[in-house]
Design a protein around this ligand. Structure first.
Ligand code: NAD
Ligand code: TYD
Length: 352
């Protein structure tokens, strides 16, 4: 592993991953990102002059651009984070989820296949250069929703409920097919809800911190009793690093934080940490198709690869709240632009 193509590296998890890789290894990181509303180069300001790091503005659906990048940087590893990632947006605008998340993935796989295959013109020969790997960053949402009990295992059938999770599940199927048909060296990771620094404030935790700080109402969907498993982003990035180095060819690994919490618990915890009143809570219309509960069984990655989450939720959320409070400028820059329009539109519709 020398030249790693990270896609979507200007987003939340991708930027944390770039930081971690530069800290832990001496690899070249080539970050391609089309800089949608969620892409933010401020997330990478501190490493932009690192000689091992290169940013190229490019869309993962653009065959010519991706091919050029593979050639120019002699890419041997791909970690695909690039995606439309917000469930609420997928309900109002599904199409871009399908093109970016599915076609974008297929485009990356095709370019990698032709670049990495030793005999690219022989369609029946599937020898690949040594050490190459494609890693698809997926989500537990592909498994659908759980009832009060049970956990998602890698063998749980896929049953996505939102356009977002349907697009991620489809991408996983395409990645799997490239492994089965073309013997592409791949791994898929499926993680639970991430939290930590640099998360776009359309997602639960940074949105609630930001609103709470400003004394704005805190929009809780439905009864607030939906459960998510929360994984600190640095634990997630460490898991990806582990799978890149130790993952068995063709395998899927679930990654969870062992931290199941109801949404309302999190909202109340943020209110308490910021010294505000629970009167800020406002129950709004539920999200259509809202998954009730997610939970991850971590056994495979912990026993086979030796990864385990380091953060407890209590430590992680405390540190995260402190980060958002200390990085006011980062937040203000985001929320002063297009975000306001999105927010007003989204939450006007959600009034009960
Ligand atoms: P994010 O929305 O913060 O970042 C996505 C990044 O991808 C942005 O920088 C955006 O500009 C870029 N991008 C979007 N479309 C692109 C395109 N066509 N070409 C190139 N770049 C494009 O998302 P995130 O939260 O960092 O999630 C990263 C990955 O992890 C996604 O694949 C997501 O499905 C998955 N995931 C996220 C979570 C979570 O809790 N955030 C949980 C499970 C899985
Ligand atoms: P989100 O951060 O959008 O992640 P996901 O939908 O991928 O799990 O939402 C996390 C949970 O919080 C989910 O159950 C929806 C809920 N939620 C609210 O109640 N209010 C909000 O304003 C948001 C953004 C989310």
């Amino acid at each position: 592993m020398k030249n790693i193509l990270v896609t979507g590296g200007a987003g939340f998890i991708g930027s944390n991953f770039v930081h971690l890789m530069l800290k832990n290894h001496d690899y070249n990181i080539i970050n391609i990102d089309s800089l949608t509303y969620a892409g933010n180069l401020d997330n990478l300001k501190d490493i932009e002059n690192d000689s091992r790091y290169t940013f190229v503005k490019a869309d993962i659906r653009d065959r010519a651009a991706v091919t050029e990048i593979f050639k120019k940087y002699d890419i041997d590893t791909v970690v695909n984070f690039a995606a439309e990632s917000h469930v609420d947006r997928s309900i109002t605008e599904p199409e871009i989820f399908l093109t970016t998340n599915i076609i974008g993935t297929q485009n990356l796989l095709d370019v990698a296949k032709s670049f990495w295959k030793i005999n690219p013109d022989d369609k029946y020969s599937f020898d690949y250069k040594d050490g190459v790997k494609y890693l698809q960053v997926s989500t537990d949402e592909v498994y659908g929703a759980l009832g009060k009990t049970g956990m998602f295992m890698e063998t749980t059938p896929l049953s996505p409920n939102s356009p977002y999770s349907a697009s991620k599940a489809s991408a996983d199927m395409v990645v799997r097919a490239y492994h089965e048909t073309f013997k592409m060296p791949i791994n898929i990771t499926r993680c639970s809800n991430n939290y930590g620094p640099y998360q776009f404030p359309e997602k639960l935790i940074p949105l609630m911190i930001n609103n709470c700080k400003a004394g704005k109402s805190l929009p809780v969907y439905g009864d607030g009793m939906q459960i998510r498993d929360w994984l600190h982003v640095s634990d997630h990035c460490a898991a990806i690093d582990t799978v890149l180095h130790k993952g068995k060819d063709g395998e899927i690994y679930n990654v969870g934080g062992n931290n199941e919490k109801a949404n309302i618990e999190i909202v109340k915890l943020i209110i308490k940490a910021l010294g505000k009143s629970e009167d800020l809570i406002k129950y709004v219309k539920d999200r259509p198709g809202h998954d009730r509960r997610y939970a991850i069984d971590n056994t495979k990655i912990t026993t086979e690869l030796g990864w385990a989450p380091k953060y407890t939720f209590e430590e992680g959320i405390k540190e995260t709240i402190e980060w958002y409070l200390a990085n006011e400028e980062w937040m203000n820059k985001i929320t002063s632009g297009e975000y306001t329009k999105y927010y007003d539109n989204m939450y006007k519709k959600a009034e009960k």
